[in-house]
Design a protein around this ligand. Sequence first.
Ligand code: SAH
Ligand code: SF4
Ligand code: F3S
Length: 456
Amino acid sequence: MAENKRVHIKTYGCQMNVYDSERISDVLAPLGYETTDTPDGADLVVLNTCHIREKAAEKVYSELGRLRPLKEAKASGGGEMLVAVAGCVAQAEGAEMKRRAPMVDMVMGPQTYHQLPEMIAKLHRKSGEALAADFAVEEKFDALPKARSVNGPSAFLTIQEGCDKFCTFCVVPYTRGGEYSRPVDQIAAEARELAARGVREVTLLGQNVNAYHGEPPAGREEDGDWGLGQLARHIAKIGGIERIRYTTSHPRDMDDALIHAHAEEEKLMPYLHLPLQAGSDKILKAMNRGHTLESYLTLIEKIRAARPDIAMSSDFIVGFPGESAEDFEMTMEAVREVNYAQCFSFKYSRRPGTPGASMMKQVAEDEKSDRLARLQALLESQQVDFNASCVGRELPVLFEKPGRNEGQLQGRSPYLQAVHVQGSQDLIGQIAPVRIESSSRNSLAGALVREGAAAA
Ligand code: SAH
Ligand code: SF4
Ligand code: F3S
């Protein structure tokens, strides 16, 4: 084991980046790096960046500007602070990043951070390229350490990466590359490792997680590739894993096998994030989403028939180029029709290089703001109502950590709501029934049905 060093990892963007940051710390652990909450005095700072919003690269350059004095202070004390930029901005900017910000020591895309130890060694030998931005995703998963650090009873597990769908607003196909699914056995091994470390809930991740089509387990080759429904049932058999979630799904890939799994597999949680983006077919077509409002609503009917209590979630974009006031009303109408438990909504932002950025009829900024405010008010009222509808019910809660107040515990309901109760800290990592007594916009509160009970 090498001498103790400190790494500060700052994470932006989606859950896949959160997963990648955890794996970056796993890759560095054998080199003696421990994670620290502050960049001040760190031996290595990693910015794990996101490219989804406007001016994403500019924001990274300003963050680098703030790091510069810390790097200089470390150097003037005879030490060294290496700075690495990882993630989707690194992928998009590549070598340009080191030209514009020479203080950056290493640049690596989302599929190459397993090369970090090698890049650090090369830097110390002052030889070789400290730039890695190819798309060898398969190689990455093979190279990552089998051991995984865990942080509580709920963990992310990336099963699929990349996207071939090319929605006209989105940078992901350019930053994460084409679709790739990890083999079932590799995923199951990681899930078993997590379970052995006390994880009770896994969230399977992918940019198009329900497009998953992975190599079947050894001995089942004749099955051909497995889909997400089959994979979820397989993971449900792993001892210790009590809850399975997955995100983000695409409406086009929601197949019957997955819907049936929701009806039959109790460990598959009744919560589904299925982005609609917009309610107008004209806009959905311009976005290249490959589904209509009607096909989406039919799908939801089918899913609700299979699992009546499923809580629905979505992403929305307002003000996509060409979106008229009438088009926007169709989004509002669609939201009323579906009735969501919790959603994310954004103003359209132009991403250079995507088809949407050069479309005519960009919507004025103040118009986008007005539409977003109206949509968010509606979504918020649905969220408040959904949470209120849980009052009086008894829900199984997976306790994750101490709450903010003395003697309090915080956990999650099956519907992903935060739940607060008074109870013994011994319950952390366990599932116990809670009678819900009150609700607010963002959480529920209640009482343990039996103090000390653990119905895992
Ligand atoms: N793979 C997922 C989402 C990926 S990005 C899917 O297909 O739905 C997460 C969300 O960010 C998207 O669902 C979309 O609502 C939003 N988003 C992506 N690009 C955007 C852009 N250029 N402007 C505004 N919102 C955007
Ligand atoms: Fe982006 Fe569309 Fe792919 Fe989702 S499906 S990652 S929104 S291109
Ligand atoms: Fe952002 Fe890359 Fe995720 S652009 S949303 S970090 S896939």
